[in-house]
Structure formats: C-alpha cells, structure tokens
Design a binder for this molecule. Structure first.
Ligand code: SF4
Ligand code: SF4
Length: 251
C-alpha cells in the first residue's frame, strides 16, 4: 500500500495514432486514498506534465460507467487485461505500467478500436430476430430457473475485450472470431426463440476462424472481469457445431 504523502508513478505507453511509433512517458501524481486507474488518469489529464515537469499532450483513454458494466476502460495494467475502473491503485505494484488493450488497433494512447468484437458478434449473428410479421414459434416459452441462471451469467458480457486480448489465437486482422462473440452466439442458441435460428449462427461459427480455431488455452476465462465461463460455452458450441455438420450432411 502506498502511504499518504507519497506519489504514484504511472508509466504509460503512448502512440499518437495507429501507424505512429509508440513511446513511453512517466507521470507522477499525488497519492490519495481509494484512487483507481481512471481517477489517476483524470489527475494526469488535469495537469498533463510528465515526470520531468514538461507539459505534454493529455493522455487519451476511454471510460464511461465507472462500475465495471460498460466495458469501455479496458487496458493492459501491469501486463494484464483489466478494467481501469476496477483496478485500485493500492492493489498494484509501482511503477504502474499502462498499455493499450493488446490485439486491438490503437486509436491514440490507451484508446483502442474494439470493432473486432462487434464484427464477431455480427459473424455469429448474436441476436434473436423477433421483429417482423413472422412466426416466432416458441416465443415466450418458459425457461427453467437453472437455465436462466446460466444465461444470466453469460448475459453480463460487456464487450470489454479483455478475453480477446488474452487469447493467443485471436489477433487484429486474423480470422478467429474470439471468445466473447462465440459465447454470445451460444447464449442466443440457448434461448427457446433463439434456437429457431441457431442454424445460421452455427454456420457462422463453423466457418473459417470459428470455434475450431480455439486452442483451449483457457486464458480468456481467467481474465474475464465478469467471471464468465467462456470455455464451457466454447466446448458446448463445439458439440453443437459437430451435430450441425452431421445434420447438414443428411439434409
Ligand atoms: S480457450 Fe480458446 S478462446 Fe479462450 S483463450 Fe484459449 S484459444 Fe482463446
Ligand atoms: S466475455 Fe468477459 S472478458 Fe470477454 S468481452 Fe465479455 S466481459 Fe469482457
């Protein structure tokens, strides 16, 4: 724990834009009780001077809810993908090293483009089509409390990208969809109404870069701030995809 009167040292990997060279800059701010990384970055923003006292461009980063729900403030904190709002200064060893979330293109400094998650969600059609003048079959079918509990666990995904940053198979521009979109596709397949469109979802997941590209290293589940059992979903999806392939052969 950093005692009062002492300072906090932040070593930040900076980059002016996606193609610019990265560089490191260190900032020193006064310690205050209860500071998290977002409030420390706010202190830097209030007086953007590096450790040598030189005025520099304010550090860019993203945050919104401050309660680990929106997923916006994901970054590498001392080498681990985490939410900056939930990372308390007193729990971290110094200097605190902040880097942009791995695997995602840098927009500026600690701000990254997490578009790959949303493209992945589209690839697996992670939604349930219930609008429109068509028969939704089992709409409103009851869900058992046990299934509801599991579904709720997965519905807490905030698209923060921490699991993708930790996944050795996922890369910016690579084929692999990544754990978060796969788990959300699986969640939609579990819903009684979503089950009627699971064919399209499963086709998205069995295409190149789909579920079979997962190497089962389990890094994703270890870093998820919401403790979502991603590898359980991926394993279950593997079985669904195999079944779908067999059905496709018979159809
Ligand atoms: S288990 Fe699969 S999705 Fe999770 S980190 Fe490993 S390769 Fe990535
Ligand atoms: S599964 Fe967890 S780590 Fe991955 S995007 Fe969702 S909340 Fe973040």
């Amino acid at each position: 724990m950093t005692p009062p009167g002492k300072s906090i040292e932040l070593r930040i990997r900076r980059q002016r834009h996606r193609d610019a060279a990265a560089y490191w800059e260190t900032f020193s701010i006064p310690w205050r009780a209860g500071l998290n990384i977002v409030s420390a970055l706010m202190a830097v923003r209030d007086d953007p001077r590096n450790q040598n006292g030189h005025a520099v461009a304010p550090v860019a980063w993203e945050y919104n809810c401050m309660e680990e729900v929106c997923g916006a403030c994901g970054m590498m904190i001392n080498g681990r993908p985490r939410q900056a709002c939930a990372a308390l200064i007193d729990d971290l060893s110094q200097p605190i090293v902040l880097e942009p979330l791995a695997k995602f293109p840098v927009v500026r400094d600690l701000l990254v483009d997490r578009g790959a998650i949303f493209r992945g969600l589209k690839r697996v059609r992670a939604w349930i089509p219930i609008d429109g003048p068509f028969d939704t079959h089992l709409a409103g079918a009851p869900i058992s409390p046990r299934d509801w509990e599991t579904n709720y666990l997965f519905s807490r995904c905030m698209s923060c990208g921490c699991c993708m940053a930790a996944c050795p198979q996922f890369s910016d521009g690579g084929d692999f969809i990544g754990p978060a979109p796969l788990a959300q596709g699986w969640l939609m397949n579990r819903h009684p109404t979503g089950r009627w469109s699971d064919r399209e979802r499963l086709h998205g997941m069995m295409a190149e870069g789909g579920v079979s590209d997962c190497g089962n290293a389990q890094n994703c589940a270890r870093v998820c701030p919401k403790q979502i059992p991603l590898t359980d979903a991926i394993a279950a999806l593997g079985r669904q995809v195999t079944l779908r392939m067999l059905r496709d052969l018979l159809d």
